[in-house]
Design a protein around this ligand. Sequence first.
Ligand code: NAP
Ligand code: ZN
Ligand code: ZN
Length: 371
Amino acid sequence: MAATDYKFEGWLGLDASAADGKMQWGEFEPKSWEETDVDIKITHCGVCGSDLHTLRSGWGPTNYPCCVGHEIVGHVVRVGSEVKHLKVGDRAGVGAQSESCVGRKGDCEACASGMENYCPKQHTGTYNGIYANGGKSYGGYATYNRVPARFAVKIPDNLPSAEAAPMLCGGVTTYAPLKFHGAGPGKTVGIIGLGGLGHFGVMWAKALGADKVVVVSRTSSKKEDALKMGADDFIATDEDEKWAKKHASTLDLIICTVSSTKMPIMDYLSLLRLDGTFVQVGAPEDGLPTIQQFPLIFKRLKITGSLIGSPNDIREMFQLAADKNVRSWIQEIPMKDANKALLDFEAGKPRYRFVLVSEPQGENGSVHGKL
Ligand code: NAP
Ligand code: ZN
Ligand code: ZN
């Protein structure tokens, strides 16, 4: 099957001003085709905080033109002869990573043990990356995505595309560390920042059976939603000077999704009990604030990070979502309004993830609100 009579077009950032809602629609050249690839006709793409960091070159110079978006769902329209798990017409999703060293000479230790997301040799991001074959990666604010099939995951039949999309990055980025650090019975978990990542964090922690889940947010405006997501307690840091003292040494595990360099990190750490673990997943452009040593020393605290998830983590997360009926909180926005979506994202408006939706695309295409 080689239905190649389609154009790869999308919202392109041409310079750092793109993050101010100045992306331009245009054509791009996908990686050259390999028989391990699939092409996906995109129906949905979530808007992740990383899209904005990248568009404005916040983490270092971006390789413009850049089409962001790494929470991609659509229908497979072309399948390489070496691909076994997908066929034309399947719904497939792509998260933030599109290639690792797997399948190429000398799989690394991480890939060999199913942790492709930690591949030190060839971690190609779904956008702003370079594939082993030299091609550039372009993301999902677009018509089509070409991707090594290993990083395209089949979407379970019962999961609507619009809800699956944000799980592919925002979802798995909180699922993976919660699972890895043993969120479950006997554990009290804190989720800091109730945004795209954070809202999944609350729901996964509950689904994994944590005793108690506490949301740490700046104001109480998201409290009602947090409780509906399953949170047991809610802390509004800007509204109570004594919050850190009141809740000191109450949590076993924290997932921090905050991307501001000004975060009160020592107060966050004070919430941990002896031997508690602080996992930073938010990625501030100017780094973390200074960390004082004594609280770490006196409570034997651990500070760590976590990077997205592997294709298998994504499959496992989808299974948990199905088993425990975890539903993404999303707002669907037409793909044509992507620039406005960026501005609204920056203004903190998502409740809790924007998902860009392509126009209905005929027989195999998505229809708003349906699979
Ligand atoms: P988001 O939807 O904007 O959520 C971030 C939340 O942080 C906000 O909703 C807000 O929650 C809180 N926050 C606290 N202080 C803030 C401040 N000064 N300014 C703005 N927000 C503040 O973003 P996201 O898509 O979840 O992404 C969060 C971060 O994770 C980004 O840096 C992104 O690049 C990173 N990320 C990392 C990975 C990884 O693999 N580690 C993967 C994906 C994304 P409240 O309103 O509740 O305070
Ligand atoms: Zn590797
Ligand atoms: Zn992301």
